[in-house]
Design a protein around this ligand. Structure first.
Ligand SMILES: NC(=O)c1ccc[n+]([C@@H]2O[C@H](COP(=O)([O-])OP(=O)(O)OC[C@H]3O[C@@H](n4cnc5c(N)ncnc54)[C@H](O)[C@@H]3O)[C@@H](O)[C@H]2O)c1
Length: 254
């Protein structure tokens, strides 16, 4: 207990899935939270669960792929808590299809969803971190940054893979830019995780196709959201004070 005690953590996309699990884990370890999402009902459910266990939470509804809401999310942390210690850039997702069928707007949507919010939230948070000469930024990349066989074979995921590789590159540069300000920047790259939305799809794939996530993963199982949250917690804590510019794979082996 207390691995991030009293630290102020912003988590984007906290209404469900990995964002919810990460928020809950950080709260369990004493963080005060600023949570953002476009899903008001889901976000309030996450916040209520954390408050019921004594946690301190501020929520903000908004599309963080746009500059104004992204900046408002960051500034609400300053308004409520006067500091930002941890930023978890979790929002992401994909519209999959094979490249010859992929609508250009789906390509643009996927790139924007995974990259633009991460850029905008980091841009808004960094000046506050520089001021205090401390901060931890954790971005959600994906095992897909190196290509994902099951997606590639059955659906096509080039936009998603490209954007998650870009998140890795973004993080590598930011880690160098911000090192002199004592700010750690890292990624977590989950493999197939049993979240409510992705997990249902991945489990179905396990039953219906040869190259399923289970078969392609050395451990032979889907990961649990808590296993990703634990990796984020490590990178957010002082235990990772000398770790920066690293993508930590949480994908059941490689
Ligand atoms: N679940 C997996 O198997 C898996 C694997 C690898 C990487 N990831 C990555 O982890 C992150 C979380 O994945 P997940 O499975 O929990 O996703 P999810 O789709 O279940 O949850 C995403 C959350 O972000 C919110 N959101 C979406 N667009 C938003 C926007 N523009 N502004 C604010 N909030 C927005 C959604 O409402 C939702 O609550 C993503 O970056 C994803 O790419 C997930």
């Amino acid at each position: 207990m207390g691995r991030v005690k009293d630290q102020v953590a912003i988590v984007t996309g906290a209404a469900r899935g990995l964002g919810e699990a990460i928020s809950y884990r950080l709260a369990q370890e004493g963080a005060r939270l600023v949570l953002g999402d476009i899903d008001e009902t889901g976000l309030e459910a996450t916040a209520t669960k954390i408050r019921d266990e004594g946690g301190e939470v501020v929520t903000l509804i908004g599309d963080i792929t746009e500059e104004e809401p992204a900046s408002q999310l960051i500034e609400s942390a300053i308004a409520h808590f006067r500091q930002i210690d941890i930023l978890v850039n979790n929002v992401g997702g994909s519209r999959n299809s094979k490249i010859w069928e992929m609508p250009v707007e789906d390509w643009d949507h996927t790139i924007k969803l995974n990259l633009r919010g991460t850029f905008l939230c980091s841009k808004a948070a960094v000046p506050h971190m520089i001021q205090r000469k401390q901060g931890k930024i954790i971005c959600l990349s994906s095992g897909a940054r190196e290509g994902t066989p099951w997606t590639a074979y059955y659906e096509g995921g080039s936009a998603y893979s490209a954007s998650k590789a870009a998140i890795h590159g973004f993080m590598r540069d930011l880690a160098l830019e911000l090192a002199e300000h004592n700010i750690n920047v890292n990624c977590v790259a989950p493999g197939p995780i049993d979240t409510k939305i992705a997990g249902a799809k991945l489990r179905k794939l396990n039953e219906t196709v040869d190259f399923s996530p289970n078969r392609m993963t050395p451990f032979g199982r889907l990961g649990q959201p808590s296993e990703v949250a634990d990796a984020v917690l490590f990178l957010a804590s002082d235990e990772a004070s000398y770790v920066s510019g690293h993508t930590l794979a949480v994908m059941g082996g490689r």
